[in-house]
Design a protein around this ligand. Structure first.
Ligand SMILES: [Zn+2]
Length: 376
């Protein structure tokens, strides 16, 4: 749902994507500001000025949201958590993190960073409002600052609601986690609070609609439904992450792996390996050591007549780091690398030698087995 969009820019090495829904909201914000918000401040603003102000204010609002997300990401990066991307969408942003904080205090810092930044921005804009208010009661800068001061404040307050997966919920989760030493329990409690809050929003929205206030009513229902879904997903994701990180590759890899020798001809490899085992690629070894990997794709790049005279070494892919993983890594890391590199299998490498193979299917089967046996 949040992956469709286009790349806007790159900050802290993180690609920032903009979801298509964002354009609808952006236009709505600009329209509302130009047609009703700013005229309320300065009824005599020229229409052209109002639209310029509205556009500038909307850009700054979305920059504030981006800064909020980036401050979470910055703190996470400092803890060694990789941020794959940030997607700005309808209400805010979603940072795609690889892994989670390992300690309650680490999680607390990441969660608190966003609202802290929003409060800080709000403070700056309140200060500008305070300074300008005396003699420039209707200046456009004052009107824009007032808008940004209040929206950043709302952003902080909304995110501080103690329901998971909102920032406040993450902070409460970190607190319970520290107290009980049980992340699953902490996630369950806070995601229930998140769902409860979501239901309140939906009820509030219905009440608004009954009162005839349709737009804000629909808005509340929409946010409530989104939050409820996010609370559910967040809980399940935490459980999945826990299970995946607790399983070592060594315990689930297939060993020994079927390997081809670097001086085998392509003819030989196609007939005795690809046709026989029906994998898409095989690790290539030279002597005892890992040398590369060879795939159907690599072989298809060579004319068929040359297969009897071409050996694996000539065409194998040798960037070993791209397709290998350590047996001590967790299954989550392996799955992530597979998704990142779009490979269905990774070679397990130990001291330069092929220790086994791990595939997406192996990991999924392990998860299913754990779920069936109730041991996850
Ligand atoms: Zn946040």
């Amino acid at each position: 749902m949040f992956t469709s969009g286009f790349k806007l820019l790159r900050v802290l090495g993180i690609p920032i994507y903009v979801n298509y829904t964002w354009f609808i909201v952006f236009s709505l914000v600009v329209y509302t500001l130009a047609v009703s918000y700013f005229p309320y401040f300065g009824p005599y603003y020229e229409p052209f000025l109002r639209w310029i102000m509205a556009f500038a204010a909307a850009i700054m609002l979305f920059s504030s949201i981006l800064l909020h997300e980036l401050s979470h990401s910055y703190v996470a990066q400092k803890q060694g958590i990789r941020i794959k991307s940030i997607t700005l969408f309808i209400f805010g942003g979603i940072a795609q993190m690889v892994g989670e904080s390992r300690t309650p205090s680490g999680e607390m810092k990441i969660a608190a960073a966003g609202p802290a930044l929003s409060l800080f921005l709000s403070g700056i804009f309140w200060f500008i409002v305070f300074v300008l208010k005396r003699d420039m009661a209707t200046s456009p800068v004052l009107a824009i600052s007032y808008f940004l001061a209040s929206t950043n404040m709302m952003l902080a307050v909304f995110n501080l609601i103690p329901g998971f997966p909102l920032d406040g919920g993450r902070m409460l989760r970190a607190f319970i986690w520290k107290r009980t030493n049980n992340l699953n329990k902490a996630t369950l409690i806070t995601s229930r609070i998140g769902k409860g809050f979501a239901i309140l929003l939906i009820i509030g929205g219905l009440w608004h609609i009954l009162q005839g206030v349709f737009i804000s009513g629909l808005w509340l229902i929409f946010v409530g439904m989104f939050l409820q879904q996010a609370a559910d997903q967040g809980y399940r994701q935490t459980l999945l992450h826990r299970t995946l990180s607790s399983v070592k590759i060594r315990d689930i890899m297939v060993s020994p792996a079927v390997v081809v020798d670097d001086n085998m001809t392509l003819d030989h490899i196609v007939n005795d390996f690809f046709f026989r085992y029906r994998f898409n690629s095989f690790p290539v070894i030279s002597g005892d050591n890992m040398a590369g990997t060879i795939s159907i794709h690599d072989i298809k790049g060579v004319d068929k007549e040359k297969w009897p005279f071409t050996i694996a070494r000539d065409i194998m892919y040798t960037k070993i780091a791209d397709f290998t993983i350590s047996p001590e890594s967790g299954a989550l890391e392996a799955l992530d690398k597979m998704l990142d590199t779009q490979r269905g299998r990774l070679v397990v490498l130990e001291n330069g030698r092929v220790a086994g193979i791990i595939s997406q299917r192996d990991i999924m089967q392990m998860l299913k087995l754990k779920a069936d046996l109730g041991t996850s």
